[in-house]
Design a protein around this ligand. Structure first.
Ligand code: UT7
Length: 333
């Protein structure tokens, strides 16, 4: 008997602290109008120091996903945790969440594929389940990015985009291919590693924590926005087409696209290329900004809450981000 995997529960957590575009003008020269026009973002959430941590947000999202799947943490065989903003340099935040969920002894995998992190993590879960090694995986994306942004005018093209939050999915084995993950496609291109990156603290430095390095800005996120944008629109479209081709479908077969929330203009472009209607694409970047590895599971969890994930529908996930990395997943819900 073949094993397939399906998502049986989704959850998310975002910090209460809402930062509007106008709030950002306290730190940098920008405007609500500029940000909305270029990105679609109206507001984002920033973590509350002393209350939220990367793993506490992931744990909250996971508890909701487990609840909705109707299982307990004891029944999970493996945690796959995507983040580029872990609580510690090492070990990864997956360990902290595992401790919180009292899952001692269960394996955890920390992965860091940036904005494509959730798609990579989902693909790993799918492979583990298909081989029969595990029956239930908890797949999480969680990010605290607000503390790593340069919020002065110098860093404004990057700082306005990113926000904090976490999303989680319970992925379980099924023998029924008609409600399952059909395929995942993953890509990377390290030639562009420095187009969107955070350089420090790098281990290959003579002095990883000198004041000079802090002044140079290596401890803040750097992004070449134009280069990322140009590659994103091409790769999003390509990797979605790759998924459709692999399964013998075309764009018109897709019921719902859940893209990584990078920029509303990128999502709109992809939507138009695919010929989808506005209500066939999930966009919540207006309220949460770009939450990197958390963006797809947050968007999916909201879509589920709003009744937009319908049994039998063809759902397409797609992401592009730092690395560069890109990937897609096609799901028969
Ligand atoms: O998650 C995946 C990774 N990220 C992405 O997918 C993001 C992809 N890139 C983008 O979304 C866009 O490149 C941004 C929204 C980041 C920037 O938009 P842009 O249209 O590429 O702006 P730009 O950097 O080319 O800057 C255009 C102008 C510049 O002024 P001048 O030189 O034309 O006078 C900037 O200084 O806009 C200025 N600018 C701003 N003005 C007000 C840049 N950032 C801001 C700002 N507020 N926040």
């Amino acid at each position: 008997m073949m094993n397939y995997s399906r998502i049986t529960g989704l959850g998310y957590y975002v910090p209460e602290n809402v930062i509007t575009n106008n709030d950002l003008t306290k730190w940098m020269k920008t405007s609500d109008e500029w940000i909305q026009e270029r990105t679609g973002i109206r507001e984002r959430r920033y973590f509350e120091y002393g209350k939220d941590t990367n793993y506490s947000m992931a744990t909250a999202a996971s508890r909701q996903a487990l609840d909705r799947a109707g299982i307990t943490a004891n029944e999970v065989d493996v945690i796959i945790y995507a983040t580029i903003t872990p609580d510690y340099f090492f070990p990864g935040s997956a360990f902290l969440m595992q401790r919180e969920l009292k899952m001692d002894g269960k394996p955890v995998i920390d992965i860091r594929e940036q904005c494509s992190g959730f798609v990579y993590a989902l693909s790993i879960a799918d492979q583990f389940i298909k081989t029969g090694m595990y029956k239930t995986a908890l797949v999480v994306g969680s990010e605290i990015q607000s503390s790593l942004l340069n919020k002065s005018t110098e860093g404004r093209n990057t700082a306005i985009i990113f926000g904090d939050g976490a999303g989680a999915a319970v992925v379980q084995a099924t023998s029924d291919p008609s409600h399952s993950i059909l395929s995942t496609h993953l890509h990377a291109d390290g030639r562009f590693a420095e187009e969107l990156y955070m350089k420090d603290p790098g281990s290959s430095r003579e002095l990883p924590f000198s004041k000079d390095l802090i002044d140079e800005g290596g401890f803040n996120v750097y992004m070449n926005g134009n280069a990322v944008f140009k590659h994103a629109i091409v790769k999003f479209t390509e990797v979605i087409q790759e998924a459709l081709n692999a399964n013998g479908y075309q764009s018109s077969d897709v019921n719902l696209l859940v893209p990584h929330q990078a920029n509303i203009r990128i999502s709109d472009y992809v939507r138009q290329q695919m010929g989808l209607a506005e209500d066939q694409v999930i966009n919540n970047i207006q309220r949460f900004g770009n939450t990197t590895a958390a963006s797809i599971p947050i968007a999916m969890a909201e879509a589920w809450e709003n009744g937009k994930l319908k049994e039998g529908d063809l759902i397409c996930l797609a992401a592009f981000g730092s690395g560069f990395t890109w990937g897609s997943a096609l799901i028969r819900w």
